[in-house]
Design a protein around this ligand. Structure first.
Ligand code: SF4
Length: 99
């Protein structure tokens, strides 16, 4: 009959769900946090000059006084690389919710 689930089918489904849960927990136990790896300046195609009005100083990856989340070494606020973005956490609009 259409729309009914046999007792055997229900038990098989429960077994499959339990197996999926077990597999998921095994993977979670195997998880090891990875150290943050930064790109070298050469790989990141870092340049010492800004590109137009884009520069590290206005990039959200820039870390004062002379660091970057994604590129290793001393980073100048007047430099630039192709990972430059103007995205910032507040760009997601949460700060203006309800307005
Ligand atoms: S432009 Fe590139 S190097 Fe500069 S802060 Fe942003 S991601 Fe880092």
């Amino acid at each position: 009959m259409a729309g009914t689930i046999s007792r055997r089918g229900a038990i098989q489904n429960l077994g499959a769900a339990a197996a999926c849960g077990l597999a998921g927990s095994t993977r979670a136990q195997e998880y090891k946090p990875q150290a943050q790896v930064k790109l070298s300046k050469a790989v990141a195609r870092y340049q010492d000059a800004p590109k137009g009005n884009e520069s590290c100083g206005s990039c959200p990856y820039f870390v004062l006084p002379k660091g970057c989340v994604t590129v290793e070494g001393d980073i100048s606020p007047t430099a630039w690389c192709p990972m430059y973005t103007s995205f910032a956490a507040l760009d997601r609009g949460a700060h203006s919710a309800g307005r």
